[in-house]
Design a protein around this ligand. Structure first.
Ligand code: NDP
Ligand code: MG
Length: 397
């Protein structure tokens, strides 16, 4: 029997890599539903090729155009629109694997919908977890869903942990598993060696040139500021129920060791591979098995040097800010995520300098500190408040 797949964020970088894995394994997976925001062309070709039962676009006008296009092609695929349409696609995840690859906070409600249906969530959308943490796992437990990480570092950590931890994501006992520490690696991005005084003047074009990974624009800028590693630190703490001191961030410029787990007996387990998201996507889709992903095996003889060092927090203040927010708690990480999304959009639009991203995020997090927020309403209202404040601060830039 084939495994059914629901793809949230089908037209993006992770979405397209997922389709490549499905294409390579037609006898193992069937795409039953897909959602995106407004990319009609990519949805038309997806519908023609994979013939899912339902597709949705969050943008109502784009959805209407898609409906006309699929009608003209005489395809039977149903077209849904708006947030409700995306939620309808997420609801099709019952008994399926839902690949959560919508970028940013917009992915949260669809993920919670899918979790409530008791599916397997292959989680790429780290922002959703960063902004909701406990609520996310409460919903996963309530719906008897399961989470499998797709973020390459978290997939590597997952694969380096014993099965007992893999089965209990969100509340696993790292110490009981003999774990000393999780070693979270990151390349350091395009500005690892840029003179510090040049950083305020780097352009979006330079920030979008990641040395190792090909990704969507938001996460590529996050990689340049290392906010991405900060969000991943928060993600790791939630996924693996880790104390702050149980996660150590390491710079590893070659992006070959995707992360490691250091054990109390001195052993270190790691997962290695070429920097290509098809590997962790295939891992999550086929778990506990493995399928071909199309990624070439590592050629160790040709690899050259693998190096590691501690991150310089003066160079990467966003990483420091995110690690501090993680210790402060849920309200700080919710506010941080919202502020960062606004700041990155402003940087890409040429309205904020590179170093302004961290300053803006810090101001929002410090202004909106409040007691812990756990309900969806509280989280969404804090998210909205943080965005409003960020926009107000941006007007003054
Ligand atoms: P992209 O920007 O390439 O793609 C984003 C996807 O989300 C698109 O399909 C887009 O649709 C869709 N989308 C955006 N807003 C909405 C919405 N409101 N409702 C429905 N769909 C929406 O991003 P990436 O693929 O790079 O990243 C996706 C997620 O995966 C992010 O959370 C990122 O942090 C995470 N991730 C990505 C990695 C990578 O290598 N790219 C690695 C690890 C994690 P449309 O095209 O129509 O706008
Ligand atoms: Mg990652």
């Amino acid at each position: 029997m084939t495994r059914q797949v629901v793809l949230l964020g089908a037209t993006g970088s992770i979405g397209q890599s997922t389709l490549e894995v499905l294409r390579r394994n037609p006898s193992k997976f069937t795409l039953v539903a897909a959602a995106a925001c407004s990319n009609v062309e990519a949805m038309v070709s997806l519908a023609e090729e994979f013939k899912p039962q339902i597709v949705a676009l969050a943008d109502v006008q784009a959805a209407s155009e898609l409906k006309d296009r699929l009608g003209a092609l005489k395809l039977r695929t149903e077209v849904a629109s708006g947030l409700d349409g995306v939620l309808e696609v997420a609801a099709a995840a019952e008994g399926a694997v839902a690949v959560a690859a919508i970028v940013g906070a917009g992915g949260l409600k669809p993920i919670l919908e899918a979790a409530g249906r008791g599916c397997t969530i292959a989680l790429a959308n780290k922002e959703a977890l960063v902004m909701s943490g406990q609520l996310f796992f409460a919903e996963v437990q309530r719906g008897k869903a399961r989470v499998l990480p797709v973020d390459s570092e978290h997939s590597a950590i997952f694969q380096s942990l014993p099965e007992s931890a893999q089965q209990t994501l969100g509340h696993c006992d790292l110490e009981g598993c003999g774990v000393h520490r999780i070693l979270l690696t990151g390349s350091g991005g395009p500005f690892l060696h840029t003179p510090l005084e040049e950083l305020p003047h780097v352009t979006p074009q330079q920030a979008l040139r990641h040395p190792n990974w090909s990704m969507g624009p938001k996460i590529t800028v996050d990689s340049a500021t290392m906010m991405n590693k900060g969000l991943e630190y928060i993600e790791a703490r939630y996924l693996f129920n880790a104390a702050p001191e149980q996660v150590e961030v390491l710079i590893h410029p070659q992006s070959v060791v995707h992360s490691m787990v250091s054990y109390q007996d001195g052993a270190v387990l790691a997962q290695l591979g070429l920097p290509d998201m098809k590997t962790p996507i295939a891992r999550a889709l086929a778990y506990p098995g493995r399928v071909a992903s199309g990624v070439a095996p590592l050629n160790f003889a040709a690899l050259g040097e693998l190096s590691f060092c501690a991150p310089d927090l003066r160079r990467f203040p966003c990483l420091k800010l995110a690690m501090e927010a993680s210790v402060t708690g849920q309200s700080a990480t919710t506010a941080l995520n919202a502020a960062n999304e606004q700041a990155v959009a402003a940087f890409l639009a040429g309205k904020l300098p590179f170093d302004g991203i961290c300053n803006l995020c810090r101001q929002v997090v410090e202004s909106l500190y409040r007691h812990e927020t756990y309900s969806l309403e509280d989280i969404m209202s804090l998210d909205a408040e943080a965005r409003t404040l960020a926009l107000r601060l941006l007007e003054k830039c």
